[in-house]
Design a protein around this ligand. Structure first.
Ligand SMILES: [Ca+2]
Length: 260
């Protein structure tokens, strides 16, 4: 019985609620009419004003979105660096099996894995003995250091970069030398041949971090090599030293600047 009374009261509240809304609106309409009589203008109800604000915000947002969709980006996207781990910040980690690790595992069988991911290394060409060591980075934490123990030729090498012959590339790298008496240079190798382009490093024994940059055009493959189905060939970038002392390397990049 008590439940029915409560239900009845509850139902009774509904029309009261509805009535509560209507008189409120009626009252507002009444105030509006009063204002109209006083000013000759129909005031905008408060709730209506809020709606106009939301409508204006919506229109402005839509305009901004539409403008954004129609316009080209303000800046051109930066071309990707084709050299992976050009900052030498990533270590090569635990030894992986081929083909995950494309480098040899011995010390004298050509290029071996280096302490840096995506970079190979050999210090034993031409009777040389060069260590590869971690150095303090020009930027970030790390750089690569080639340290001469016995003069000959040592170098580091990127893993394969796939590009189409005729592609124009811009190379940039930062180098530092300590007692580096002898030539050091960047050599472009791969399907195009061992040295289809070359950029020399400063011919000084000692210099602080210095940017060395240059442009190269990818040469066609050697007679025995063929481009892949997508028209690309493999390119490896080497940094060689034939010098005594130390060569430091950091922030190396290779970016396409013109397609063939
Ligand atoms: Ca670095």
């Amino acid at each position: 019985m008590r439940a029915w009374i409560a239900f009845g009261r509850g139902m009774g509240i509904l029309p009261m609620c509805a009535a509560g809304i209507l008189p409120a609106d009626s009252g507002r309409s009444g105030r509006a009419r009063m204002a109209l009589r006083r000013t000759g203008k129909m005031p905008v109800p408060r709730r209506g004003r809020l709606s106009y604000v939301f409508l204006a915000i919506g229109i402005a947002a839509a305009a901004v979105l539409a403008a954004g969709a129609g316009e080209a980006p303000a800046t051109k996207p930066v071309a990707a660096n084709l050299i992976r781990n050009g900052s030498f910040e990533v270590r090569s980690g635990p030894r992986k099996l081929y083909p995950a690790e494309p480098w040899g595992y011995g010390l004298l069988d050509g290029v071996s894995r280096s302490p840096f991911a995506h970079w190979g290394y050999s210090g034993f060409w031409d009777g040389g003995d060069y260590d590869i060591k971690l150095g303090e980075g020009r930027t970030g934490r790390l750089c690569a250091r080639l340290v001469c123990r016995k003069r000959g030729r040592g170098g580091i090498c990127t893993d394969a970069i796939r590009v189409r012959p005729g592609t124009k590339l811009r190379f940039s790298g930062h180098f530092k030398a300590k007692g580096a008496r002898g030539p050091c240079w960047v050599n472009f190798e791969g399907d195009g041949g061992d040295g289809w382009a070359r950029i020399d490093l400063p011919a000084r024994q000692d210099y602080d971090w210095t940017e060395v940059a240059g442009e190269v055009t990818v040469s066609p493959p050697r007679p025995q090599r063929k481009p892949a189905a997508d028209g690309t060939i493999a390119v490896h970038v080497f940094v060689y030293t034939r010098a005594y002392g130390e060569l430091w390397i950091d922030d190396v990049s290779l970016t396409p600047i013109a397609e063939p």
